[in-house]
Design a protein around this ligand. Structure first.
Ligand code: GDP
Ligand code: CA
Length: 341
């Protein structure tokens, strides 16, 4: 069997953040298409980035996955809608309404209006997400692709910083740290507020325990995958599942490829390297109750392979740059290989 013909198993679950997770999923779907497979893909997305702004509930990672896979994304920015305009944002700024740093595009605004209305009518976020995906994903993928928020409960990641104006130490919403401060000020700690009291959304634990393969894409280990793992029950489901769990490093050559993982890994005491992140996730059968069986590192990190394997995690070095869907699909093939599928 040629590598490209290596099919996906019937049920694949991916724990995703925004841009990195969404791009990886494009590779999963490309591989599904090129092998003619009938695999059902379930995405469990981080909701710790969610924020209420101008009275609207915004879910950046859910929307990035939905727009990216639904062909509605602005590919250059990597987030928000293509063909976007910014009239509402300009009008809000003209009223002097804060926050001015959060970009809400006109097209995007419709998504948040629908979501907020449904939430206020009493629907849980998972049901709202399903309704939104009926527009974006169902026409393209039918039942083959499901997008689940990690939880229906409100969870908001905050980052403790020294306020650049007052010098005071305070916790700000993750979006304020990332968008307003561009992750350019030191972060002391990261707290997923509400996660400890949250329950996983319907279907999340089953998606992990009933999967044939679970993948941790190169999503941010602190504020994307880390937040999903902070929802009670998720780590247990990963420990219990009969499926192999394979992770893909988003750290290449001691830095993130994009985003702010480098700045945030230090807050949880993790070395900024593909091996550091693998050790942090830990071997599933290891004494510390880790979450992965296998780990892909980029070819530039090949020298780290023995260190990862010494931690009890199968490891392989392959090209990990998601330059196009086929290159990303080849990463998926490497994950299948490492999983022994
Ligand atoms: P966010 O929520 O939009 O920040 O996106 P994610 O958390 O899903 O993914 C961000 C992570 O993806 C970052 O830490 C990046 O280093 C990683 N990433 C982005 N592009 C690539 C790529 O082409 N290859 C690899 N290996 N990682 C990538
Ligand atoms: Ca995110």
């Amino acid at each position: 069997m040629s590598d490209q013909a290596r099919g996906l198993p019937p049920k694949v679950t991916v724990l995703s953040g925004g841009v990195g997770g969404a791009r990886f999923l494009q590779g999963v779907l490309r591989h599904r298409e090129r092998t003619g497979s009938t695999t059902e893909v379930t995405v469990v997305a981080n909701t710790g980035d969610d924020i209420w702004v101008h009275g609207l509930k915004v879910c950046p990672d859910l929307d990035t996955v939905m727009y990216t896979l639904g062909d509605g994304i602005d590919t250059e920015r990597g987030w928000g809608r293509k063909g976007e305009t910014w009239h509402a944002k300009e009008e809000l700024a003209a009223y002097g309404v804060e926050p001015t740093w959060f970009g809400l595009g006109d097209r995007d605004l419709a998504t948040h209006l629908v979501r907020t209305q449904m939430l206020e009518a009493g629907y849980p976020l998972s049901a709202v997400t399903e309704a939104l995906c009926r527009r974006w994903l169902a026409p393209l993928f039918g039942h083959a692709l499901r997008l689940l928020p990690m939880s229906d409960d409100r969870i908001e990641t905050h980052v403790v910083i020294d306020d650049p104006e007052s010098g005071e130490r305070r916790a700000v919403h993750f979006q304020e740290y990332w968008i307003r401060h561009q992750a350019a000020i030191p972060a002391h700690s990261v707290v997923p507020i509400g996660a400890d009291r949250a329950t996983p959304a319907p279907g999340v634990l089953e998606a992990i325990t009933d999967a044939d393969l679970v993948i941790l894409p190169p999503s941010n280990p602190v504020v994307s995958v880390g937040t999903i793992l902070a929802v009670p029950g998720v780590r247990d489901a990963l420990a219990k599942t009969a499926a192999p769990v394979i992770g893909v490093s988003g750290i290449v050559g001691n830095d993130h490829v994009r985003g702010m993982a480098r700045q945030l890994l230090g807050t949880i005491g993790v070395e900024v390297s593909a091996a550091g992140v693998a050790e942090h996730y830990g071997a599933r059968n290891g004494e510390h109750g880790g979450v992965i069986d296998g780990w892909l590192v980029d070819t530039v990190d090949e020298p780290l392979v023995p260190r990862v394997e010494a931690a009890g995690i199968r490891c392989r070095a392959v090209p990990l740059m998601m330059t196009d869907h086929d290159a990303t699909a080849d990463m998926v093939v490497a994950a299948l290989d490492l999983a022994g599928l």
